[in-house]
Write a protein that binds this ligand. Structure first.
Ligand SMILES: [Zn+2]
Length: 76
């Protein structure tokens, strides 16, 4: 079996937020090297800063957008 190395490996349930340990939906590859993982909450909280220091951002937070369980208080 050959494992293909993709430029952006999809995030999975074993990927955890570096801040709180929740499932990660955002992976930030740093220009300085290394990478950080964030849940949707922290991705949103640190999003702007992360994009400044990131060489690449793999964003899967859109996966959560269609979740009915998510309460949006920004509507109305
Ligand atoms: Zn988090």
């Amino acid at each position: 079996m050959t494992t293909a190395v993709a430029p952006s490996t999809p995030l999975s349930a074993v990927d955890r937020c570096d801040r709180c340990g929740a499932q990660a939906y955002l992976r930030v590859e740093l220009t300085a090297g290394g990478e950080l993982l964030f849940c949707a909450h922290h991705a949103r909280e640190h999003g702007d800063k992360l994009r400044e220091i990131a060489s690449h951002v793999h964003d899967e937070t859109h996966k959560l957008d269609s979740t009915p369980a998510t309460v949006t208080d920004s509507e109305n």
